[in-house]
Write a protein that binds this ligand. Structure first.
Ligand SMILES: Nc1ncnc2c1ncn2[C@@H]1O[C@H](COP(=O)(O)OP(=O)(O)OP(=O)(O)O)[C@@H](O)[C@H]1O
Length: 231
């Protein structure tokens, strides 16, 4: 599995600032990779380019062994008229993944939400339901653009570790503003900087924490420090 951004430059139409200037970087292999950087620097834009919903850039995005790319984001809302259980059953009808659905419902703490309408759930509950909907579909790469926003730290950790255990062969691009979280759970952190800085993207190794593995606190602290210095 390989994703390669080569000399990417981009400016939105009718704006006078460029978002990207000659970005080159690689993501290889399955697991959690992060896009990290200050608000407005272009994380969502780059993720959407990868998902082919933002075009018109110069340079190349090459992917190998990745056919299905899904893009999930934290403000995505599904129709509120059906209850959550029905939505998840409906999506499972296409994939035939009843066991996966039940496992996600249990580990994402969604049992109590199944009879509620989506619109009546809290934001953190809505985000968990929405993420489960994506994990029930076919994908090689899932972009998680702040998909776990509004979820408390303890539940978030359980969910990330569960996703890693359930989908060891899949690639995830995890976008978050939480420094400790990306350093702890991701194997690679792509720090995106202002387009006036050179290089605009810096790659840093993360801890890639897994369930049952001890945390290397020294390594984690070093990663966090490197990310702060790169930002
Ligand atoms: N459709 C658009 N048209 C014009 N400019 C846009 C458009 N979408 C985003 N931008 C601008 O492009 C820049 C990058 O936006 P983007 O949403 O990719 O940043 P981000 O790093 O994901 O931000 P955040 O962390 O706040 O979500 C911002 O300056 C934003 O104002």
């Amino acid at each position: 599995m390989l994703i390669e951004f080569k000399d990417i430059s981009f400016q939105y139409r009718d704006t006078d600032t460029c978002v990207f200037k000659d970005i080159t970087c690689q993501i290889s292999g399955p697991g959690f990779h992060s896009l990290f950087g200050p608000s407005g620097v272009g994380k969502t834009t780059l993720a959407k380019m990868l998902a082919r919903s933002v075009n018109g850039f110069s340079g190349e995005i090459m992917v190998q062994q990745i056919d299905n790319i899904l893009y999930s984001y934290n403000l995505e809302r599904i129709p509120g008229w059906a209850c959550v259980g029905e939505h998840l059953t409906e999506i499972t009808r296409a994939s035939g993944e009843e066991n996966r659905r039940d496992e996600l419902i249990k580990s994402f703490g969604l049992r109590g939400c199944l009879d509620s309408r989506f619109s009546r759930l809290s934001m953190g509950q809505q985000n968990r339901v929405n993420l489960a909907r994506y994990l029930l579909q076919e994908f090689d790469l899932l972009i998680m653009d702040e998909s776990l926003a509004n979820v408390d730290e303890i539940t978030k950790e359980k969910i990330i570790l569960k996703i890693k255990a359930m989908f060891p062969g899949k690639c995830f691009l995890y976008i978050s503003h939480n420094l400790a979280e990306v350093a702890k759970f991701c194997k690679q952190i792509l720090v995106l900087r202002d387009s006036a800085k050179t290089p605009q993207m810096i790659s840093i190794d993360g801890q890639n924490h897994m369930k049952g593995k001890p945390l290397d606190k020294k390594f984690l602290e070093r990663s966090m420090l490197e990310i702060v210095h790169a930002s």
